[in-house]
Design a protein around this ligand. Structure first.
Ligand SMILES: C[S@@+](CC[C@H](N)C(=O)[O-])C[C@H]1O[C@@H](n2cnc3c(N)ncnc32)[C@H](O)[C@@H]1O
Length: 243
């Protein structure tokens, strides 16, 4: 597997990116199991909603950024068997190795590429659709991550993003915060590395609001930017169309 490309500005990016890579590397073997347990298997539905939002048609080329263990790429291939190409990229080799190992159980062939979301190794307008699920929050400069996704998507193509968010209602927000801050680290600590699952609520808390994400998407060259709340708003689905 090729090494991740990296030529972003040297503003501490490499050190912080290395920490994120190492963290995901340390939980890669338990990632799918914990995803299912922590989301009570809802994560499949959320990814299916993301894939529907991409409006895939036969002959299209699709990119899954921050692909991790590959479930968005596989869901895309399942939903539209006539795709011309499905590419999944991530900068954590351990996650991509799990994705590669899962390939045999899926009918669609995915090309896995080790790459940084901030320096995607593709020419502009290569893809008809581009997705990122639960990844943009971890990218050191998310606005630049969206700009890269928009760059590699052709005009008229859809960029879709699934990310954790904060429910609009106060009661639901308090309930979700309690779950994220208490139950997730406890479950993560039982089955994997607790530190990685304390990072999860921290990174969700630090991440931008719905409005800020939509603004980042518009600024990156996307039009018709929309957000849909899933799971009471604890998960947000964003879509935009490349201008
Ligand atoms: C929470 S996982 C999500 C994986 C997958 N998309 C899913 O839906 O399960 C986040 C992934 O983003 C990747 N990631 C974070 N920052 C990245 C970057 N700058 N470039 C490429 N991958 C990155 C991590 O390695 C990790 O695999």
């Amino acid at each position: 597997m090729p090494s991740p490309t990296s030529n972003p500005p040297n503003d501490g990016h490499e050190r912080r990116a290395a920490q994120v890579q190492a963290m995901f590397g340390s939980i890669a073997h338990r990632y799918d199991l914990l995803n299912s347990l922590m989301s009570v298997c809802m994560h499949h539905r959320w990814r299916a909603a993301l894939v529907r939002g991409l409006r895939l048609r036969p002959g299209m080329r699709v990119l899954d950024v921050c692909a991790g263990t590959g479930d968005v790429a596989f869901a895309a291939g399942r939903s539209e068997p006539g795709l011309q190409a499905v590419v999944g990229c991530d900068f954590c080799i351990d996650m991509l190795e799990i994705a590669t190992a899962k390939q045999a159980a899926h009918s669609c062939a995915v090309t896995w590429v080790a790459a940084d979301a901030l320096a995607l190794p593709f020419r502009s307008a290569t893809f008809d659709a581009c997705a990122v699920a639960f990844g943009i929050r971890n990218v050191i400069r998310p606005a630049d991550g969206f700009a890269e996704m928009a760059r590699v998507t052709r005009p008229g193509g859809v960029v879709g993003c699934l990310e954790f968010g904060t429910p609009r209602g106060r009661f639901a927000a308090a309930l979700v915060r309690m779950y994220e801050n208490m139950a997730l680290p406890a479950l993560g600590g039982l089955l994997s590395r607790r530190a990685a699952y304390t990072y999860l609520p921290e990174s969700i808390g630090r991440f931008s609001s719905r409005e800020d994400v939509m603004e980042m998407m518009r600024a990156s060259g996307l039009a018709e930017v929309r957000v849909t709340d899933l799971a009471l708003g604890a998960v947000n689905l964003f879509t935009g169309v490349r201008r």
